[in-house]
Every structure is written in structure tokens, then in C-alpha cells.
Design a protein around this ligand. Sequence first.
Ligand code: FAD
Ligand code: SF4
Ligand code: SF4
Length: 475
Amino acid sequence: MADDLLKFVSIEQRMPAKRAAAERLKDFEEVYAEFDTKGAKEQASRCSQCGVPFCHIHCPLGNNIPDWLRLTAEDRLEDAYEMAASTNNMPEICGRICPQDRLCEGNCVIEKDFDSVTIGSVEKYIADTAWENGWIKPITPPRELEQSIGIIGAGPAGLAAAEELRKQGYQVHVYDRHDRAGGLLIYGIPGFKLEKDVVGRRTGRLEQSGITFHLDFEVGREAELGELREKHDALLIATGVYRARGLKVPGVGMKNIREALDYLIASNRKGLGDTVPEFESGALDAKGKNVVVIGGGDTAMDCVRTAVRQGARSVKCVYRRDRENMPGSVREVLNAEEEGVEFVWLAGPEAFVGTDKVEGVRAYKMRLGAPDATGRQTPEPVPGSSFTLDCDLAVLALGFEPEDLPALFGAPELRVTRWGTVTVDHSTMMTNLPGVFAAGDIVRGASLVVWAIRDGRDAASAIHSFLQQEAVQAA
Ligand code: FAD
Ligand code: SF4
Ligand code: SF4
């Protein structure tokens, strides 16, 4: 074993510096700084190079984590980047926003009583260094192929597939209904988790690599699925899930009750320098308001943390279970608390109070009852426990479902599950329509960026095999 490794006994776990809460409330910039070279090397050197690396097994991309940690510890950063990029199309993005506590780091078995290796921060450091040093270049395929592939959706699933297919030399066209590529990376996830130029340099590189982006192009409006099938040799549907889950309580139609994504998109657009009428009018600006966010997932955390940065008077997060049982990442809850967000655990909305606009949220206390089929305790209201929270802006963050794609795409023949996700043969990622594949949240339901990348890569390899077979059959 090299001298550069196995330092977990002498070197403690250390995260990159975190900006103080008072400081980070002033802007939408990222919370964590970058490691310096010494810090990254030291932290990488804590790895014990396990024979069976559980970190690697629990990374959805199967990243060769011990290998790039070793290369970092040995100061071979360009090699470390090559290794990291061989399994991940966006290592600096995953390093920033993967829930590492549930994936790689949560499964690091460094040794009992020692804290895990800070895998995500080292991955971010390696890739950011590669960008800074100009090691990341546009793709130059070994040959140009004639076949053209259409990808619907420029989120992480579509972009990962586009990159992998372009590497093979295919003519790749990406269609997106938004005016910028990136999907939820650009318009969903706030800048304090993922600064937008980090996304922009990835999408810019894909453009420079010869991938054609058709933006402001909504499939179903500009063209139906059938028309795109005629244009391309294969298609990938990677449209994500966007229909917000609703809430059925009195007063729900009132003004000032908004869906999480409308709220976050407005804030992200504002940060990108766009004019956003609903923000300028104040409808989607939390400044000076009492904000109540309903939900306990990562989207809810992003909304509360956006509201405190916009200068809300108070920000409360109402969630029906307790801290231990909330789906949002523990790290994000702690960050939100540091920033002044108040959590109202074990509480459920009963009604929105007000005349034409909401003035309060009436909620009742909940307790955790018997476990359901999944073993999770079901929350139930406590009779006579109602209380009211002041509210000028309520944000609903209760999760997302797929839109009705067959209807939207003018393709009733496209098979979907009873939840509306697109049905694929998981061994080929192909839908019931020959040559039409699907990947990312539109197949899995709302998930994670790292899984979308994994699906995009798998879909690219399935499309490549399909087109090769077609070529053999045609010969
Ligand atoms: P998306 O990223 O949703 O991209 C789909 C693209 O398809 C979009 O650009 C959309 O405009 C386009 N599209 C849709 N319909 C059409 C159409 N008809 N025609 C043309 N284009 C269309 N995951 C993490 O790992 N870490 C996090 O911290 C995290 N935070 C999140 C915060 C929020 C607020 C949200 C909502 C999600 C978060 N996620 C996070 C989840 C993650 O963003 C998604 O799992 C991931 O982006 C899914 O990738 P995708 O490519 O399948 O879809
Ligand atoms: Fe960990 Fe995500 Fe990187 Fe995999 S991609 S090593 S899970 S941070
Ligand atoms: Fe290194 Fe931890 Fe992975 Fe083991 S589990 S190889 S110690 S990062």
C-alpha cells in the first residue's frame, strides 16, 4: 500500500469550509467552498482502499472511488479526472448535490469509529480542477456516423445520453421546451446547492461537441412524437416528471398558494438575469412575507431556503412526520435550520384561511400510528389540536407525477404504467414503440440526478446496440 493512503487514523474527516449562515443569506451562491489542494489530498489519503469497496457498490454510477481517491492522494489529478469521468458525465455536479450520506459516503466502511471519507467533496474538487486547467475538451468522435438520434429533454438523463452517443459519432439532436438546457439542474435546483455556471459549462461543451440543441421546442406543441420518429433513427424520451401533487383542503384555490416548481423556477430565472413578471409583481417573491412551505422532501428544503434568502419575514416548514422520518436530506435540514427556517414537525394542513388570498394556514397536530405495508408509521391527526400559522405565501411541495405523455405527445400508442411513467423493457430501455427509448425520472418517477445520469448512459448504450443491429439487418 502506498504511503499516501490509510491516513484515517491520523487525519480527521474534514469538509471544505462552509460559509456562515448570516453570510450565505445575502446571496444565492454555494454554501460550501472548494478544498484546497492540500485539503483534497489529505482527505483522499484517508481511504483504506477496501478490497470490497462498499462506496463503489452504493454509487449508482459504480464510480471507481478508491482508484480516483488514490490518484488524488498521489497528486495525479489529471488521471484522477479521467478515471472519474469514465463513469460519470457530470462529476462536479454529483459531487455537489448527490445525497452522499445515503449513497457512497453513507456506505464507506473505512473502519469502525472513524468518519467516512468525504468522497463527494473530493469528486467535486477533481472535476473543478480539471475545468480550471482546461483538461475538459469538446468531444471529437473518431468518425462521423450518418444516423441521427433525437433526445426529448435536456435534463441530466438526456444530456448524459447525448454525450455518450456523440462520443460514438452519432448526429445528436436535443429538444427541450425551456429556453436553456439543463432541466431541473438549471431551473429546479437553487444556486446555493448548484451554481448555474457549473451547469452552463457542461451544456456549452456539449454544444461545442456538435450536439444540436432545439430549445423552446415543446414536443406535443412544435411536433408530435410521430414526426420526430420519422426524422430520427432512434428517439429517447427523457422528459422528467412535472405535474405537482395537489392538496385537497378547504381554501386551496386561493391566491398566494403556489406550487414549488413555479416558485423555484421564478427564483432561478431571476438569478440568471431574466425578467420574471410574477417575481417583479411580488406574487412569487417572499420578501417581507410570512411563508409556509408544506412538505418534507428536498424540494421543500429548497423552497424554504430560497424564501429566507429572498428576505421573508418568517419561514415555516410544515411536515406531517417527525425529523427522523422526513425524506429530505439531514444535511439540508441542518442548513435550513442554521439559516433561520422553523420546522413544524408532526403537523398537517387542515385549511387555508383568508378571503380571496391566504392569510393563514390552519393545521392540526399529527402522531405516528401503526406501520403501513412498507413498515413506515402512518401519521394520523390528533383530534382537537388545530392551530393557525400566519401566512402570506403558501408553497406546496408535495412531490411530482408524470404528465399524460401519450396525450401530450399525440401518441396514444405509447404505453405507460398506471402511475403515468413510461413503460420500458428494463434490459433494453426500449418502450413498446420500436426505436423509442426512455430514461430518467419519466421512467423511475421523481428520483435523483445520479440515477438520471446512470439511466442516460444505459439508454445510450442500448440505442447504440439497437442501431448496430438495424445496420446488420439492413446489410
Ligand atoms: P429533468 O431534469 O426534469 O429534465 C427533463 C427535461 O425535459 C426538462 O428540461 C424539461 O423542460 C424537458 N421536457 C419536459 N417535457 C418536454 C416536452 N414535451 N418537450 C420538450 N422538452 C420537455 N436530485 C439530486 O440528486 N440532488 C438534489 O439535490 C436534488 N434536488 C432537487 C430539487 C428540486 C427542487 C427538484 C424538483 C428535484 C431535485 N432533485 C435532486 C431531483 C433531480 O433534479 C431529478 O431527479 C433529475 O433532474 C431528473 O433528471 P431527468 O433528466 O430525468 O429530468
Ligand atoms: Fe457519491 Fe454521487 Fe459521486 Fe457516486 S456520483 S461517488 S454517489 S457523490
Ligand atoms: Fe475508501 Fe471508504 Fe471506499 Fe473503503 S469504503 S474504499 S475506505 S472510500
